[in-house]
Design a protein around this ligand. Structure first.
Ligand SMILES: *Cc1c(COP(=O)(O)O)cnc(C)c1O
Length: 364
């Protein structure tokens, strides 16, 4: 019997996903494991340690603080930081992280910091914008970078871009345009950059949809955790996490009584209500309230009722013969995080990365 809410992480499933993905990728292509946002909520340090044992030698996080945490946990492999900010550059060097330079400002700032510290040949990566229009050098600024900013103080390990619609069925005109733009960047770089950086553009869904664009490396996040954003591709993977909790109280309400804040739910008949110690502070947002989200109790699907509170939520147990302590499953390998989030029009990424640190992580 479980005694508190927990996220149970299956390390065999993680190994299965890694091996399945590795078998899809050319032997000479590097698999960069993306463990940002605390390893998509699963505990970045532990996930990185396991992946390291499985053979991963390149990791990526979003911000410097995440890299620092992985270093503290003993991860010694190459660690790229996708979105370093000006105030984090010192930390990047202190923790021996590899920053991604994505515009002229951050590049100049980083190079002058290296000069100040008298450091040469520091590994960095370059991000280019090919149509997502989020972060990265335009082709024009990339040319300025190579003509005016590039310096022997940095060693450009790789140049990459990011797809905006990689899960969309082929042919996809938008994605084709991104690939074409990246080809242009590659030829520019070959002309302007004397070292030979590696090139990469695929994320998880990209690996499934466009294996012919693997290039030198792929950056895989969500697929390691068991999702590929397409029901067919998902079949080759196993969701690694299960979120469950004991029911911590059960009570009866009479017809006409209300449950929760703002009288969010009114009983239309005598009902049994179960309380689960998870709320919006744990990542189960208010959008799952009022019957939108459903959980599984003893094989039955029951609705979340009323408004989700900060620390607790309520379910309708009228049709289920269970007791305090019975396990309620929010998502697992059968009813997945992707299924749970679909009801609220969001995606597995969001719920996984929102799971609060106060939910106990258990590894099996
Ligand atoms: C998060 C991220 C990834 C990983 O994407 P998935 O869809 O989780 O595989 C890859 N590249 C960049 C730049 C990212 O920010």
């Amino acid at each position: 019997m479980i005694k508190e809410a927990r996220l149970t992480i299956n390390l065999d499933s993680l190994a299965h996903n890694y091996n399945s993905l590795r078998s899809k990728i050319n032997p000479e292509t590097t698999l960069i494991a993306v463990v940002k946002a605390n390893g998509y909520g699963n505990d970045g340090a532990r996930i990185a340690q396991e992946l390291s044992k499985l053979g991963v030698a390149y990791f990526a996080v979003a911000y410097a603080i995440e890299g620092k945490i992985l270093r503290k946990a003993g991860i010694e492999d190459s660690l790229m930081v996708f979105y370093p900010q000006l105030a984090q550059l010192e930390q990047i060097i202190e923790s021996q992280l590899e920053p991604v330079l994505y515009n002229l400002e951050i590049s100049k700032a980083f190079i002058s910091l290296l000069k100040e510290k008298n450091i040469k040949n520091y590994p960095v990566h370059i991000k280019c914008n090919t149509g997502l229009n989020r972060i990265g050098f335009s082709l024009e600024n990339l040319e300025s970078f190579f003509k005016e900013v590039n310096s022997p103080l940095i060693d450009i390990k790789s140049i990459y871009s990011h797809l905006g619609f990689s899960e969309n069925p082929k042919p996809c005109a938008f994605t084709k345009k991104q690939f074409d733009a990246f080809e242009l960047i590659k030829s520019k770089v070959k002309e302007l950059c004397p070292s030979h950086p590696k090139f990469h553009i695929l994320n998880s869904s990209g690996v499934f949809n466009y294996p012919e664009h693997q290039l030198d490396a792929v950056r895989i996040g969500i697929a390691l955790y068991g999702f590929a954003n397409n029901p067919e591709w998902n079949k080759t993977l196993k969701p690694i996490a299960k979120l469950s909790s004991p029911i911590c109280q059960i009570h009866f309400v009479k017809k006409g009584e209300s449950v929760g804040y703002n009288q969010g739910w009114i009983a239309t008949k005598e009902s049994r209500i179960g309380i689960i110690p998870l709320g919006h502070a744990d990542g189960i947002g208010r959008q799952y309230g009022n019957g939108v989200g459903k959980v599984n109790v003893l094989g039955q699907t029951v609705p979340i009722i009323g408004n989700v509170c900060m620390d607790l939520l309520m379910i309708d147990l009228t049709s289920v013969d269970c007791t305090v302590g019975t396990e309620a499953i929010i998502f697992d390998q059968n009813f997945t995080a992707s299924d749970f989030t679909a009801s609220a029009n969001t995606i597995s990424y969001e719920i996984l990365t929102s799971l609060s640190p106060r939910i106990k992580r258990v590894y099996v």
